[in-house]
Design a protein. Structure first.
Length: 323
C-alpha cells in the first residue's frame, strides 16, 4: 500500500539500535505498513539555508528481521517540507546541539510539516524539571545549584535520589542517605561545584519491589499497560539501559489519574508521544524526547502501540491539524 505520504525520522544511527527493544523501529514498521514512504536522517543531516529547513535524506525500508532490519538509499538534499510528518527520535542528552536541531525542525513545522514531538514542546518540557508543573503528582523534589540546600534536603528526608537535568538511561543517578560520607562529593559532582542545576528527590522505596513504571501516552491518553522496570540485584536504577528487567502490568487507578492530570496539557503543546516514569504512585520524570517501552509491551500483551501512534498522526494529517 502506497499512500503517497512521506514520513521522516531523525534518530541515532539505525545500524546501532537494539532490535528487540527499539521503539523507533516499531513506529517505522507501523508507518511503513500504513503506506508511508520513509526518509531517514541523523542530526548531522539537518541544516538551514536562508531560513529554509533542509535535510540530507535517505530512503529507508524497514523489516521485522533481527538480523537485517533496514535498507538505506542514497542521500538526497531536499527541503524538509517535502515530508508530511517528521519524527524527532534523537536520544538525549538534551544539549545545545539538540536545541539547535529543534530550531531547524521548527522551521520545517512552519513550512507545513507535522513534527512529532513538536519542537517548541521539546524545548519547553524538560523531562525532569517539567514535573514542577504537576506538584500534586510528584514526591518532594528540589532543583538547585546550591550544595548546602541539597544537603538540607537530604537531612530533611533521610534518603534521596540525586541526578543531573540532562541525562538519560540512569546515567549519573545516585542514591544518597543521611550521614553518607560521599554525599558532599555527589552534590559537588552533579552541580559542578555550584555551576549547574541538579535535581534531588525524596527516595521512594517502592522502586525495589514494584520498579519504575513507564506509562505511555498517545495524544494525552494512556496505553492500557505500563512497563515496570525492576532494578537488577545490587542496583537502584529502574532503567532498562542500566540492566533493569521490564515487566508489564495493567494500569491502576493511580496511573490513570496521573495520566489525566498530565496528558491533556502535553497534548495541547503538541507532545503526541510521552512516557511518564512512575514510582510508588509518584511521577519522577516526563519523557518527551524519545520515550521507549513499545516493544516490550507489544510482546507481553499483543498490543501494537506503534500503529496507535501512527493512526493518531494520520488523524492530525486528515484534519489538517498542526500543534
Amino acid at each position: 500500500m502506497d499512500s503517497g505520504r512521506r514520513l521522516g525520522v531523525v534518530m541515532d544511527p539505525i545500524r546501532d539500535i537494539a532490535y528487540a527493544k527499539d521503539s523507533t523501529l516499531a513506529m517505522l514498521l507501523a508507518a511503513q505498513a500504513r503506506g508511508f514512504a520513509l526518509a531517514y536522517l541523523e542530526l548531522a543531516d539537518l541544516m538551514l539555508r536562508d531560513g529554509t529547513a533542509i535535510g540530507r535524506t535517505r530512503a529507508l525500508t524497514v523489516r521485522a528481521d533481527p538480523k537485517d532490519w533496514f535498507t538505506l538509499g542514497e542521500p538526497t538534499l531536499e527541503p524538509l517540507d517535502r515530508l508530511d510528518v517528521l519524527l524527532m527520535r534523537k536520544d538525549p542528552p538534551f544539549d545545545t546541539e539538540y536545541i539547535y536541531a529543534s530550531y531547524i525542525l521548527e522551521r520545517a513545522e512552519l513550512a507545513g510539516v507535522l513534527v512529532v514531538n513538536r519542537p517548541q514542546g521539546l524545548r519547553d518540557v524538560n523531562e525532569k524539571v517539567y514535573t514542577a508543573w504537576f506538584p500534586q503528582c510528584c514526591a518532594p523534589t528540589l532543583v538547585t545549584r546550591d550544595m548546602g540546600d541539597m544537603g538540607a534536603f537530604l537531612a530533611e528526608h533521610g534518603k534521596v535520589v540525586a541526578k543531573p537535568l540532562h541525562g538519560m538511561g540512569g546515567r549519573s543517578v545516585f542514591v544518597v542517605e543521611r550521614q553518607d560520607p560521599n554525599a558532599r562529593v555527589v552534590f559537588e559532582t552533579l552541580s559542578e561545584y555550584g555551576e549547574r542545576f541538579a535535581l534531588v528527590q525524596r527516595y521512594i522505596p517502592d522502586i525495589v519491589q514494584s520498579g519504575d513504571a513507564r506509562v505511555l501516552l498517545i495524544e494525552g491518553e494512556p496505553v492500557p499497560y505500563a512497563l515496570a522496570r525492576i532494578p537488577s540485584s545490587g542496583d537502584h536504577r529502574g532503567n532498562l539501559a542500566a540492566g533493569a528487567r521490564g515487566v508489564g502490568r495493567e494500569l491502576n487507578e493511580r496511573d490513570r489519574w496521573l495520566a489525566g492530570q498530565i496528558g491533556p496539557a502535553l497534548a495541547a503543546r503538541g507532545i503526541l508521544f510521552v512516557g511518564l516514569d512512575v514510582i510508588g504512585g509518584f511521577v519522577t520524570e516526563i519523557n518527551v524526547t524519545s520515550p521507549t517501552g513499545i516493544r516490550e509491551l507489544d510482546r507481553q500483551f499483543g498490543t501494537d502501540i506503534g500503529r496507535q501512534l501512527i493512526e493518531a498522526i494520520e488523524k492530525r494529517l486528515a484534519a489538517g491539524a498542526r500543534p
